[in-house]
Design a protein around this ligand. Structure first.
Ligand code: DCP
Ligand code: MG
Length: 370
């Protein structure tokens, strides 16, 4: 008869959706280092290399305490040889030479700067870099560069929107959106999603789901919201995307694909006096701040899927979909859950319903910071 060890280590799942990951990251030294590598691979569009490091960083974020020795890594999933070597070097030298080299690399620094502009992704950033441009000023004063509407707004409001948005600012934005949306229909509900729903105190934007309980009533909601914001003089930028929902379409296998809901990406002018706890700063030149806001309007029968999909984190979403596909033969996206065994769509009214369909314990939003 085999005897089990007296105190077996709790096993850590390879899937973020089977772990509880709060914002209390005990292994920040390691995950910060891995995130530099991930970002650098994203700049060079090396998806394969990103995946492994993202999963490794996510496992480390879920641990209840700091790794104290190399032995602590034994039995943890998703830690490849590269990751282990980096952790080992940080133990021994306090930092990783591979990470330090990236941090001091001119191309990395420049792409980080360029992609910090709203509307500029790695491809555009790389194009500008190859043209010899190194500073935002240079891009702006280069006559041969045609910025699109989004990038032009990104440059115009760069100072504000490159700063983090606080929870108090997010709340103030929520009040404004609620007010303008209720003019369209008194039954509109608005839910804060994204990082703030996961308990973060700061974000790069504010994400909201807007919903109207009567099916089919949501058409026209976002145009009306945008129109009202414009009339109030607080709309600085808007990009409205009409719904391209095809109800019959099976959820795609593509993880990072955008969903098909009616949505808009906005920049709004937030009067600082509307922000709770705001204190007048006499040295400040302006009494407002530009804030990035995303509004999404899913139809009622998709609401739970949209809420789960927009609450993140991105890694948590990736692993939910991967778990569904590989462990349950199901396809999950922001619209629906499809069971390939029975060829049926599984309905859900709440996020709890979706976890139950997947045979997963419910993970609260603040435990999804994978
Ligand atoms: N999302 C996703 N896949 C993507 C982009 C987004 O699953 N490729 C989901 C998860 C995100 C949510 O949408 O949590 C909102 O996107 P944000 O980029 O606003 O991410 P966060 O709100 O989590 O971060 P931040 O606090 O920086 O705004
Ligand atoms: Mg966000």
């Amino acid at each position: 008869k085999k005897t089990l060890p007296a105190n077996p280590l709790p096993t850590v799942s390879q899937y973020a959706c089977q772990r509880r990951t709060t914002l209390d990251n005990h292994n920040k030294v390691f995950t910060d280092a891995l995130e530099v590598l991930i970002e650098n691979y994203e700049f060079s569009d090396n998806k394969g290399a990103c995946v492994g490091f993202r999963r490794a960083a996510s496992v480390l974020k879920s641990l209840p305490k700091p790794l104290r020795c190399l032995k602590d890594m034994e039995g943890l999933p998703c830690l490849g040889d590269d990751t282990k070597a980096i952790i080992e070097e940080i133990y021994e030298c306090g930092s990783s030479s591979r990470v330090e080299n990236i941090l001091s690399d001119e191309k990395y620094q420049t792409l980080k700067l360029f992609t910090s502009v709203f509307g500029v992704g790695p491809k555009t950033g790389d194009k500008w870099y190859r043209r010899g441009l190194r500073a935002l000023e240079q891009v702006h004063s280069e006559p041969s560069i045609q910025l699109n509407k989004m990038q032009a707004a990104g440059f115009l409001y760069y100072e504000d929107i490159s700063k983090p948005v606080s929870r108090a600012e997010a709340k103030a934005v929520g009040c404004i959106i609620e007010e303008v949306a209720s003019c369209f229909s008194s039954s509109v509900t608005i839910t804060l999603t994204g990082g703030f729903r996961r308990g973060k105190e700061f974000g790069h934007d504010v994400d909201f789901l807007l919903s109207i309980p009567e099916p089919g009533k949501e058409d026209g909601l976002l145009p009306a919201v945008i129109d009202r914001l414009r009339k109030q003089g607080i709309l600085l930028y808007s990009d409205l995307q009409e719904s391209t929902l095809q109800q019959w379409k099976r959820p795609s296998r593509c993880f990072d694909s955008m969903d098909h809901f009616q949505k808009c990406f906005l920049i709004v002018k937030l009067w600082t006096r509307l922000v709770e706890g705001h204190r007048e700063d006499p040295s400040s030149r302006r009494d407002w701040k530009a804030v990035r806001v995303d509004l999404v309007v899913p139809p009622v029968d998709c609401y739970a899927f949209a809420l789960l999909g927009w609450s993140g984190s991105t890694q948590f979403e990736r692993d939910l979909r991967r778990f569904a596909r590989l462990e349950r033969r199901m396809l999950l996206d922001n619209h629906a859950l499809y069971d390939k065994t029975t060829n049926t769509f599984l309905q859900a009214k709440t996020e709890e319903d979706i976890f139950a369909h997947l045979g997963l314990d419910y993970i609260e939003p603040w435990q999804r910071n994978a």
